[in-house]
Design a protein around this ligand. Structure first.
Ligand SMILES: [Zn+2]
Ligand SMILES: [Zn+2]
Length: 146
């Protein structure tokens, strides 16, 4: 894991990795593993924290913080159960850790490439709290994610 990969293994090592970061660039990250359960969320916390009617989430097995700013600043939305990470310099929303979910949540908008088909939301959480003027994510949309 911490050994430097041999040159001929470099391709395999970087396959499936994605990069992202905050607006100011102090916090950068690399994800590993497939995109898990891409979805939108219109819950009260997402609207308040995001400053937006809906947030766009996806899970990854592993996220490594690579920028000079290190890890995001974590705010516990439910003490001991859920926390949300943001850049303390520019305020960008970046990540979420929930005690009942094995993956780390990433705000898709923080990824460098948000166009990958496996990031298209397959579910809309808290659909009932969503603003009425934004078309909802269609239900039962099939995902290409593992
Ligand atoms: Zn920043
Ligand atoms: Zn939410």
């Amino acid at each position: 894991m911490n050994a430097t990969p041999a040159a001929d293994a470099q391709g395999a090592e970087t396959a499936g990795q994605r990069t992202g970061g905050c607006l100011c660039g102090r916090i950068r990250f690399t994800t590993r593993g497939p995109a898990v359960f891409p979805h939108t969320c219109a819950c009260r916390h997402c609207q308040k924290l995001g400053g937006t009617p809906v947030m766009w989430w996806v899970g990854f097995q592993t996220v490594t913080w690579t920028g000079e700013g290190g890890e995001p600043t974590w705010y516990e939305t439910f003490e001991g159960e859920a926390k949300r990470g943001f850049c303390p310099t520019c305020g960008s929303r970046l990540a979420a850790i929930d005690s009942d979910i094995p993956e780390i949540g990433i705000n898709v908008t923080a990824l460098d490439d948000t166009c990958s088909p496996d990031l298209v939301p397959i579910h809309a959480s808290f659909r009932g709290k969503a603003v009425h003027w934004l078309p909802p994510v269609p239900e039962n949309k099939h995902s290409t994610a593992g």
